[in-house]
Ligand binder design. Sequence first.
Ligand code: GLN
Ligand code: ZN
Length: 752
Amino acid sequence: MKTALESYWSGKSTEADLLKTAAVLRAANWARQKAMGVTVIPSNDFTFYDHVLDTSIMVGAIPEIYGWNGGAVSLATTFAMARGCQGKAEQDGAPTQGVPAQEMTKWFDTNYHYMVPELVADQRFQLSSLKALEEYREAKALGYDTRPVLLGPVTFLKLSKSKDPALKPLSLLPKLVPVYLDILRRLHDEGAQWVQLDEPALVLDLDDAARAAFRDAYAQIAQALPDLKIMLTSYFGDLGDNLDTALSLPVAGLHVDLVRAPSQIYEVVTRAPDDLVLSLGVIDGRNIWRADLGELLDRIEPIATQRGVDRVQVAPSCSLLHVPIDLELETDLDPDLKSWLSFAIQKMGELSALGCALSQGRGVVQAELDASAKAAHARRSSPKVHSPAVTGRTAAITREMMKRTSSFATRAALQRKRLGLPPFPTTTIGSFPQTAKVRKARSDYAKGIISEGDYHDFLREETARTVRWQETIGLDVLVHGEFERNDMVQYFGEQLSGFAFTKEGWVQSYGSRCVRPPILFGDVSRPEPMTVNWWTYAQSLTNKPMKGMLTGPVTILNWSFVRDDVPRSTACRQIALAIRDEVFDLERAGARMIQIDEAALREGLPLRRSEWKTYLDWAVESFRVASSGVRDETQIHTHMCYSEFNDIIDAIAAMDADVISIETSRSKMELLEAFKTYKYPNEIGPGVYDIHSPRVPSVEEMTNLLKLARQRLSDAQLWVNPDCGLKTRGWKEVEGALVNMVDAARQIRQIS
Ligand code: GLN
Ligand code: ZN
């Protein structure tokens, strides 16, 4: 699908080609599910880009700028909403002027990104796409009577935004529900007995208005379509205080996530009406571990016995979008590790085995049960997973290890003396352009086309050139450029024990973009220094301070598939110790500054507010374990690239990094308000230019931003740097922008 899409976007294939590929893939997926014994097969789970975008299109929530005429929505309009459009395209139905893409944001606490629906105060909804109906028909013609899936109306509105701050999207529910009734009626008329409505908003903190919205929407659906059965799906957590609401809705089925929230089953079973079909989400849709089928059956057999097998379904905890497709493609994985894993296709096999065991008794799938028990046992006792040395070391972490020797004020004075930096010191976040040349060298080396020696010579040359250039333009604190790194997490994962990497374990991030998260399978340790040689080489080229550059434990954890046999906090502490070792080695090698990036700290926040503190406590502790062992005069930097600090400012302060760099240019420094109000004492580098755009900002623009920063923080606190790393940019823009940035710092030093 990715290849077909990208080929279509680049004009190498036609719309007809794309539609054909899509239909072939849908047919193959249905056939595969059927062959694997899946009995309730979904339709409308296919999308060209994003299912939330499809929902916006279905209900006609298409902002004016996309020039939609109210008729059938063309693929060109769809992709304009998804990716923006230059306005030059002569494709049918595409906007004739350049338009930006819709905003994109993370889907709950996953690494999948959806297109944020954008609504207006006088929003009108109308059924504008029959995709759900067409795919239902398509499946039926192939012999599959499917259960169509739609994103539910309340979650759709909860995820929507408006430029008009006065508009509460939920207030549009009365206008939206008729469109849902329209499509549901058509599906029902066409023969669909069941429709699945996804309402993951049910696991969020909801106010009374949102709960009322659920009651209103589902009452109307039940009233209009009394014979249509709705499977209401919740996932990504506990229904918790929304359980009453969920159980009071007039639906025929309820799906619950029993991986994230296994214990909710007791309440659900006790309080569910007798005729409610329960869909038990017991196979982990968010992670790659093989289930212990016997253990699962011990838990779900009593429910099936009590309610009757026709009122119980077994399912993945959530969509399988979040796991890779097929484990069998992994020919290089350690065979033991491989036997402990399960990707989407294998998970269907597990579900089918559970279903058979429930309906016909365990005996019919004895071989599967035995194999799964054997794998579970092996994993529990394998020395590849469990290292007593690591467990011991993690258990022995003390409060002392999480504290710098002296307070920030003392450290800052020592660091100032040692470093001798000017006011408003200039630096960058770490990476320099990963040009086609750099990527080609890496892939040539991976393929064996060039030798390790040649590859390293190439990297050394790139690094040296970058260091010299930074010196020439007058930056105060230098970086080595990160040319040797494929990715800020993978680079470390590959050198730590306890991590494995797949060849084909791709997971969709957004649109046609996919990532291959590392698999954290065992106790983590660091056999050897990971960055010291590169740092030493880079520092040898200059007298200016060279920052050591590391990825922090919370970010490594949050961007990996993690263990399900130890708490996340434990895994994080282990990684923290490994990074701590690296920090010590860098310091010993002479590093005066070490940056530990925590780009993913915020995105790890739990969905429920009540769980934030626990998470932030261990996340901050882990950062402190990694960073606090150094001497007072060694300066610890961290970097975070996001835009909301208000609600986590305490945690940021508790990290106690000497310097934090953040993304602020697009918010016009407003983000610094949170730091000002908090009276944040340590140093801050607020980004003065947007690295997401190729535009070169002027000296004046950046000087003005620095003036704004100065209104909120003291001069002694401020650093000057871009918003984030420069790896996605070209050298030309980077050169222009950084020269101007250094100039802006010189200017601001003159203005008192
Ligand atoms: N040091 C990393 C870089 O410069 C940080 C990237 C990030 O925060 N996402 O690329
Ligand atoms: Zn960043």
